[in-house]
Design a protein around this ligand. Structure first.
Ligand code: SAM
Length: 294
């Protein structure tokens, strides 16, 4: 059992909500087009976490065989439970991207989203090459923001909230669990790994998505609330992870009060939204997609 990622890096629920805003039903065809995924194909997502993208693709392409793989068994358990809840027959497998538990030449499309830099890049690419059918497509997606400063838009917390947050994270940073191993951080280098493995037709594409814009009239109420809560959950999860790594950094009551302050801030933001007070804040995220054909 390996639950490192879901316990110490990103909670499954946190990833699931954030990805549900990115791979939303209104734009799933755009993502599928860029991956050249069609109904009836065999599709593998490597590092699928809670399986949001697999679920959205299965809803859209009911005859596709959708498999998601992740090292974290907590993510995989969540993905399986969610499949049942959504009545979707995806296959979720616990496994390592650098030793894929699949035979050669099986999949039409292999994709990953923000995973490659956490794996040995040669092995990561080699394994997907091996399991792809001849003519199959590998797609590596990564967030590629330049010059964005989303924090500017979020109302800042009180100095007490900041003090407690900084205190728990300062202590958590001493815990080796907070240091995620990264292999290749330069997204720009990814296509070279695909070419070195023998992939042909190396392509680059990009899609920008609106991650946060609750005040805008083309963002429906449910999405607006989800966007605000996405930020809330990510801050709460951040505090929770830090406290798990450094339980002595704060007293129980300090920790509770930190969570309350974060919640209060987002409750106030929701109240402002309900009153129709607008500040036209928005955040756009760009995703780069590198592709290659076996
Ligand atoms: C940044 S998260 C991205 C998750 C998901 N693709 C998404 O965008 O929500 C990185 C994911 O890669 C998984 N991961 C890290 N190393 C892995 C490996 N060697 N094999 C399989 N999964 C791995 C983690 O468990 C985590 O779910």
């Amino acid at each position: 059992m390996n639950t490192y990622w879901s316990q110490y890096v990103q909670k499954t629920e946190e990833l699931y909500l954030s990805r549900s805003l990115k791979f939303h039903r209104g734009n799933i065809d755009k993502w599928a087009d860029m991956m050249q995924l069609r109904d009836g194909m065999k599709f593998l997502e490597v590092g699928c976490a809670g399986g949001l993208l697999c679920h959205r693709l299965k809803e859209r392409f009911p005859n596709a065989e959708i498999t998601g793989l992740d090292l974290d068994t907590g993510h995989i358990d969540f993905a399986r439970r969610k499949s049942e809840e959504l009545h979707l027959s995806c296959d979720f497998v616990a496994g390592d991207a650098t030793m894929l538990p699949f035979a050669d030449n099986v999949f039409d499309v292999c994709c990953s989203h923000t995973v490659m830099n956490f794996c040995n890049p040669e092995k990561f690419v080699r394994e997907q090459y091996r399991v792809l059918k001849p003519g199959g497509k590998m797609v590596v997606m990564d967030v590629y923001n330049r010059g964005a400063a989303p924090e500017e838009w979020v109302p800042t917390g009180s100095s007490e909230e900041k003090r407690l947050f900084d205190k728990v994270w300062a202590a958590a940073s001493e815990n080796p669990k907070s240091h995620i191993k990264r292999y290749e951080d330069r997204t720009e280098k990814f296509p070279a790994y695909l070419a070195a493995q023998g992939f042909r037709n190396i392509s680059v594409d990009a899609l920008a998505t609106v991650a946060y814009a609750p005040d805008f009239d083309n963002v429906d109420e449910e999405t607006a609330r989800a966007q605000i809560n996405d930020d809330r959950i990510s801050e709460l999860c951040s505090a929770e992870k830090a406290y798990r790594m450094a339980p002595d950094a704060l007293s129980e009551s300090e920790y509770r009060s930190l969570l309350d302050m974060i919640n209060d801030r987002y409750d106030r933001q929701l109240e402002r939204y309900e009153r129709g007070e607008k500040n036209w804040a928005f955040r756009v995220k760009t995703t780069v997609l590198f592709g290659g054909t076996k």
